[in-house]
Design a protein around this ligand. Structure first.
Ligand code: ATR
Length: 284
């Protein structure tokens, strides 16, 4: 029987760690599979997926900038993919239908809870950003039982819109103006003392920029988490250390945990993520 094939598809992803992660997972679990990388221009996304599947591919991870398009392409979508408005995992189901799932939120929550020992139940959380990355993690965070989730974004209207969308799921508000540090926002609660957790879900790190952060947001008990990652500390991580955050982390753990969730969906077995995460950190 031919070896099952998987891949990550995106644009400008030559540095993706996903092939390495999945090959270590496969070794660890004794699974026979190959995992490749498809870097495709935006206009060729759908054709790239169809060609991979027509050639016998069993599943894909989908990354920037195709996660929304992947939702439209799937024959059926999981509830968490519909909530996120995006798909990061495609799986060919028995019978040939294409399932779209999203494991990003579960990956973030697992990294926070299992790896970083962050107590989410009852936590007050500030989420910076209101794009696709932020949207994908709001529902799983609220389901973890937060006391408060405040969304702050450079374009305030997008934060207001996300808070409105997810309000039925839990206590989510929008800070209408992050630049007006400490002043009450039109549409939401005022930043009130240090948060337990501050998550950077903006894409500002890619440009080496720091999003506006309300004054007093960080204290010695605060975990500052950048959903992005790089070999060195991101600007946000550097800022968080200087601001005196108790704990600072990047999104490498989230990357490994979302990959494990995808692997589980495809192969029915969840890899042990700890050794893979340690190896990634040691072999940059
Ligand atoms: P992604 O899928 O990575 O979330 P996106 O949907 O384009 O990408 O969203 C990018 C997010 O990062 C947005 O919240 C964006 O703010 P705006 O809505 O105001 O555009 C935020 N962002 C990007 N660059 C930023 C910067 N330099 N400072 C602050 N926020 C920034």
């Amino acid at each position: 029987m031919a070896t099952d094939r998987y891949a990550v598809i995106g644009h400008g992803i030559s540095y993706s760690r996903s092939p390495q992660i999945h090959s270590w997972f496969a070794q660890q679990c004794g699974q026979s599979l190959v995992y490749g990388l498809i870097d495709t221009p935006p206009e060729s996304f759908a054709a790239g997926v169809q060609a991979f599947l027509a050639d016998g591919g069993r599943g894909l991870n989908v990354t920037v900038p195709f996660k929304q398009q992947a939702l439209a392409l799937a024959d059926t979508a999981s509830e968490r993919a519909r909530e996120a408005g995006a798909v990061n995992t495609l799986a060919v189901q028995p019978g040939g239908r294409l399932l779209g799932d999203n494991t990003d939120g579960a990956g973030l929550v697992r990294d926070l809870v299992a790896n970083l020992r962050c107590e989410l139940a009852g936590a007050r959380v500030l989420l910076l950003g209101a794009g696709g990355a932020a949207r994908g993690v709001i529902a799983p965070l609220l389901r973890a039982g937060l006391a408060q989730l405040q969304v702050a974004n450079r374009t305030a209207a997008r934060a207001v819109e996300l808070a409105r969308l997810f309000a039925p799921l839990g206590p989510v508000t929008a800070l209408a103006d992050t630049a007006a540090a400490g002043s009450a926002g039109r549409a939401g609660a005022q930043s009130d003392g240090a948060w337990d957790l501050v998550i950077n879900a903006t894409s500002a790190s890619h440009a080496g920029e720091l999003p506006a952060i309300p004054a007093g947001a960080v204290g010695t008990h605060t975990l500052c988490y950048d959903m992005g990652y790089a070999q060195r500390d991101t600007v946000f991580q550097q800022w968080a250390r200087a601001a005196g955050a108790g704990q600072v982390a990047n999104g490498l753990g989230m990357l490994v945990e979302q990959a494990a969730e995808s692997f589980l969906l495809w192969r029915g077995v969840r890899p042990d993520t700890a050794p893979v995460l340690a190896r990634l950190r040691n072999e940059p």
